[in-house]
Design a protein around this ligand. Sequence first.
Ligand SMILES: C[S@@+](CC[C@H](N)C(=O)[O-])C[C@H]1O[C@@H](n2cnc3c(N)ncnc32)[C@H](O)[C@@H]1O
Length: 270
Amino acid sequence: MSYTHTPVLLTEMLTALNPKSGEIYIDATFGGGGYTRAILSKGARVIAFDRDPFVKQFAQGVDLIQAPFSQMAHYVHEKVDGVVFDFGVSSFQLDNPGRGFSFQSNGPLDMRMGEGKVTAALVVNSYGEKDLADIIYTYGEEHKSRLIAKLIVQHRPFRTTKELADLIAKHVKGKPRLHPATQTFQALRIYVNDELHEIQAGLESALSLLKPGGKIVTVSFHALEDRIVKQFFKAHHLKTNKKHVMKPSKEELKLNPRARSARLRMGMLH
Ligand SMILES: C[S@@+](CC[C@H](N)C(=O)[O-])C[C@H]1O[C@@H](n2cnc3c(N)ncnc32)[C@H](O)[C@@H]1O
């Protein structure tokens, strides 16, 4: 099976970044390389990052560094015109059952984007009930976090995504049109990959590399990510575009329903 990732808000990202020939950009989340190729097509140079070794195969002829984007300033020793972040998981991570991100297919409880040591299985099978409840509440914004943590402790060990998803579905009533395990899976993924700290450190690293007038463009997929970006732009007095947040058009949503919750922001250094 081959996996692809359809870039989200691609036109909007290009409009916001406006790359030109001779300029240099960092694509902090290379993924399937959709953003990188679009920026390269404008004649600019790109240095790409991704923590997932799987993406190397999409990077022929691309300057790709396999590292968390929080470390980009360790690798890049020149100032850049812009940095773009497209947070979250790619379709090839989500759609590959072996990576354990999805409750819709059965796979090992893994959820690691990179090569970290903490897996979702380690968390659900060994963490205390209170720690589990805190993780599910903080990173999943799940109001039934205590009940879910209790159920997990009572029914563990879990080996697969399906075992965990089925247990939650059996005992917890979800929100309309949302699988009852959605927020728990989001929470585990964010925890396993330390995603919110990565975003904060990634933005700081990006800012330290910007030329005057340089831009940071972000695409976030849930409120926890978006809030960090919004507060970061404010705290550092970055100039934002008139339309602060851009969302996918109806046409894009028709073609790619996964873009549903995407929000693009742009901040420019004075
Ligand atoms: C939504 S995809 C990016 C898709 C890309 N814009 C495209 O057009 O194909 C997100 C990618 O970012 C990577 N990623 C997520 N968090 C990261 C981090 N902290 N450091 C480096 N890469 C990260 C993931 O491994 C994934 O491949």
